[in-house]
Design a protein around this ligand. Structure first.
Ligand code: ZN
Length: 244
């Protein structure tokens, strides 16, 4: 098995251990990253299709940018990829493309894949589901379970596990939204997270609120700062009347 793959899998498993996450469980990286990294802000922003995200390390704050037009599965992969830069890369700023040949980018991609789905987790999943040979039904079930992108699961099965042929890889790539729909799944994994072109979550929002609570900024300034972060929903409380 590929040496880089095993090495990045070890790193990703260590990362999971650090976060006290079970090795075999699927994770919601969107809320988990915010929950575990207190000085992290994630900005969803419409970018060129070839850019998946970026990562900026400041003195006390970390900011990730995620391309808001990509599908949720791809965005989860991007957040996991940017976590590699945050934790293991000395550069303070990275812009990450979709298909990059750069060595660090390749390692970050492998790390991301293994963080979302550790090697042991996919082996356990295969055992638990009695999978001997992958087909499209089983692949879609697995990507839904791990909440990872269709493309990254196919890439893993083809290039690192060698469990599907090139022809299967090509034929399984097509029409994923339709193929997931007819298997009874909703399309959230294949649509952008929150379906918003601009949105911010994480520490920035908390800090603005805190500054207001401590009388460091006026209500007008607070609203301005929320609007700067594309959070008119907080300023105008759009969802306050929703009932459950
Ligand atoms: Zn990168």
């Amino acid at each position: 098995m590929n040496k880089d793959y095993l090495e990045m899998n070890e790193l990703a498993c260590g990362f999971r251990r650090g976060w006290k996450i079970d090795m075999n469980e699927s994770i919601d990286i969107f809320s988990l990253a915010i929950n575990k990294i207190k000085n992290l802000t994630i900005v969803f922003k419409k970018m060129d299709n070839g850019i998946s995200g970026a990562c900026l390390k400041l003195d006390k704050e970390n900011i990730m940018f995620v391309n808001s037009i990509h599908r949720k599965g791809r965005q989860a992969f991007t957040i996991a990829h940017e976590l590699y830069h945050l934790k293991y890369d000395d550069n303070d700023f990275n812009i990450c493309g979709v298909d990059s040949d750069d060595e660090i980018e390749k390692r970050a991609d492998l790390f991301a894949s293994c963080l979302l789905m550790p090697h042991g987790a996919i082996e356990t999943y295969k055992l638990n589901n009695n999978i001997k040979k992958w087909n499209l039904d089983l692949i879609i079930d697995a990507e839904q379970y791990f909440q990872i992108s269709h493309q990254s699961l196919l890439w893993r099965l083809r290039h690192f596990l060698n469990e599907i042929s090139y022809d299967e890889y090509i034929s399984y790539k097509e029409d994923i939204s339709y193929n997931a729909s007819i298997r009874g799944y909703d399309l959230s994994l294949y649509t952008p997270y929150l379906n918003k072109e601009y949105f911010t979550i994480g520490n920035y929002i908390k800090l603005v609120e805190l500054a207001y609570e401590k009388d460091l900024i006026s209500r007008g300034k607070k609203e301005e700062l929320f609007l700067d972060a594309f959070r008119e929903d907080i300023v105008y409380k759009f969802s306050e009347d929703e009932s459950f």
